[in-house]
Design a protein. Sequence first.
Length: 229
Amino acid sequence: MSAKTALIVGASRTLGLGLAAEYAHRGWDVIGTVRGRRRTGLHELAEASGGSVTVESLDMTKPKQITVLRDRLAQRTLDLLFVNAAITRGNTPIGDVPEEMFAEVMVTNALSPMRVVESFRSLVAPTGTIGVMSSSQGSVSLNTNGGQDVYRASKSALNQLMRSYAARHADAAHTLVLICPGHVRTELGGPDAPLTLNQSIPGVVDTIDHHSGEPGLKFLNYQDQPVPW
């Protein structure tokens, strides 16, 4: 029986790299993407994997690169497509955010993941899973303290776009998941975040795998709990 295959977009470090390592540890073949040609932790993981992890180059904010990678992987069948990449640009009140910064965060965190999903969906097995890394900061109902205005807005937009995608493809059997990894010690989460990668990532993978084969969209955290929209 051949191994399952996961494509993880944005796997050079922290959450994405952790996902790649966890799936490889569980016996999956993993295709991970990095931006540019610099050496990353994913390259080290691939070298130590015995061939189960491969590295592809992709800047998902560039549609032409999405098309090129999709064509290169056209003969592969994906059991999991997971888009992890995202950016933040600091805790600036919305009235002070330059248009260029707003556009950059929205394109990277909301538009580009959906372009990847739309482009690669036909490579996902009929009962496979399409996942995107979201955040509880994208929850409108949980926003009682404010802050991180643009990042929050980008994740809310991502969630809304995934709901539109799910409605448009309601006849498909794909499992669709928006995942909140918790507040993890990463560049985005900061050094004082309560969770380590080792506390978050296995739960993320368990949650995704637990819902494999269930059609429709869910917004869940790393403990397999629903996140309010």
